[in-house]
Design a protein around this ligand. Structure first.
Ligand SMILES: *Cc1c(COP(=O)(O)O)cnc(C)c1O
Length: 452
């Protein structure tokens, strides 16, 4: 046995005291969100659905933003999260590469999402708002916000994408256990939902549609705000606790990654693990940061960098981001958390400026990687996380051919305990690869909003 540890652990006092804001290290300032008139959206409009304190973070260019003590106190329930050296996976692959992963599945909801759910519930409460609406795809975000609401006495209503509502009933039970209300979206409770159902009564829902419903309700009720689990700058900011801890963990064992991988849906997980390393890159360090997405929803690798709506209906301001078009309906793949038409504007800008990379991996090979990982390391990854596992294994296998002993690192964003039906379908040979749905994407891109 090597004396290199398997688990690399930190103390509670090592929970970061500040979030890292990548805006401070961008080569050029981010482009503002625009309203229907083509002008930057003023805070007044955003205040209808977000509290001022979070909007301040959304616009901030400060490098470090202090984490309030009450939030660090809840973080202590599961943070710092462990980092592992994947000795057994390395041996199974026969690679000279060193593989490390950080495990966010130890949070109460089983993913990285409470890292931002907790501060969002807290900041809303500070601003006097005691009710939140949100959407959820695979159910990970809805359960995280339900948990966060429960921690601070904030009511939570969740619009859950219909296909996931049907595929993952225990995610719904979880949200209800933490006291949230859950509805299958599209619902007949909002104008956005009714409009979709009128055209297509069997619509299976999408994140874009569920966002429209949650935003519509929050905008129409003064006691209610909206909470988003990914994409926005403040969400990426909160997730940086992952990468900040990881850097301390690497320091502890005297190593540093050549490449960092994170699966990427709306971008907050990737941002969380990668942005703190970007600070080092900006300071001249050589580290490659790779966002991994599904070939069926290839936003970063096949989308365009353009202004588009964040939701399916066009309620939200438009943001400059990689997008497949706001009405692109991705195939019903088993990584629900990665079925979003757009991507974080910050992640998008970094890709556009060549500071990060993106790859797309197909569904079947992704589950193969997840199973290989589980058989070597024990932990069963969420289908979303399997994307990062796939890309990291691919690189480790390249290292095997070239003999390079690279240091590879990925974030294992969550466990797959609520996704075993997807694993069952994989074992039954029922999963398909959906290659780049060119026609659907082109049709959707034809509806991008006109700017300028
Ligand atoms: C939601 C989710 C993702 C995708 O997160 P983004 O931040 O939107 O890219 C990845 N992994 C897991 C386990 C998730 O729950």
């Amino acid at each position: 046995m090597s004396d290199m540890p398997t688990k690399i652990l930190l103390d509670e006092k090592d929970i970061p005291t500040h979030w890292y804001n990548v805006v401070a290290d961008l080569p050029s300032p981010p482009l503002p969100p625009l309203g229907p008139d083509g002008n930057p959206v003023g805070p007044e409009q955003m205040l209808a659905i977000f509290p001022g304190n979070l909007l301040e973070q959304e616009m901030s260019a400060e490098r470090w933003i202090a984490i309030p003590e009450e939030i660090r106190e809840v973080y202590r329930i599961w943070r710092p999260t462990p980092m592992f050296r994947a000795h057994r996976l390395e041996r199974a692959l026969g690679t000279p590469a060193k593989i490390y992963y950080k495990y966010e599945g130890v949070s109460p909801s089983g993913s990285h999402k409470p890292n931002t759910a907790i501060p969002q519930a807290w900041y809303n409460k500070q601003a006097g708002v005691h009710r939140l609406t949100t959407e959820t795809g695979a159910g990970q975000w809805g359960s995280s916000l339900a948990f966060a609401g429960q921690m601070f006495g904030v009511e939570v209503r969740v619009y859950m994408v219909k296909i996931s509502y049907q595929q993952k009933p225990f995610r719904r039970s979880m949200m209800q256990t933490w006291g949230a209300e859950v509805f299958a979206s599209p619902t007949d409770m909002t104008n956005a939902g009714r409009a979709i159902l009128e055209k297509d009564p069997n619509n299976q829902g999408s994140l874009g549609i569920a966002i429209s419903e949650a935003v519509e309700e929050a905008a129409s009720r003064s006691d209610t705000n909206y909470s988003l689990g990914s994409v926005l700058n403040h969400v990426c900011l909160h997730q940086t606790v992952i990468g900040l801890e990881a850097k301390k963990q690497f320091e502890k064992v005297g190593d540093y990654p050549d490449m960092v991988f994170g699966c990427c849906g709306g971008g907050s997980n990737f941002a969380g693990v990668a942005f703190p390393f970007l600070a080092d890159k900006a300071a001249g360090k050589n580290v490659r940061l790779v966002a991994v997405e599904p070939t069926s929803c290839p936003t970063l690798t096949k989308g365009v960098y353009a202004y588009d709506y964040g939701d399916a209906t066009g309620y939200t301001p438009i943001m400059k981001m990689y997008t497949l078009g706001h009405d692109f309906m991705p195939p019903g793949i088993h990584a629900g958390g990665l079925r979003y038409h757009g991507d974080s504007p910050l992640v998008s800008q970094l890709l556009h400026e060549g500071l990060i990379e993106a790859v797309a991996v197909p569904q079947v090979a992704t589950f193969e990687a997840g199973v290989q990982f589980a058989r070597a390391e024990g932990i069963i990854p969420a289908p979303e996380s399997c994307h990062a596992v796939r890309a990291c294994i691919d690189e480790a296998l390249r290292c095997k051919q070239t003999g390079e002993p690279k240091t590879l690192f990925f974030n294992l964003s969550g466990h797959g305990h609520f996704d075993m039906a997807s694993y069952d379908r994989f074992f039954a040979g029922q999963l398909e690869d959906f290659e780049y749905p060119r026609e659907a994407i082109e049709a959707s891109l034809a509806h991008l909003p006109k700017v300028g």
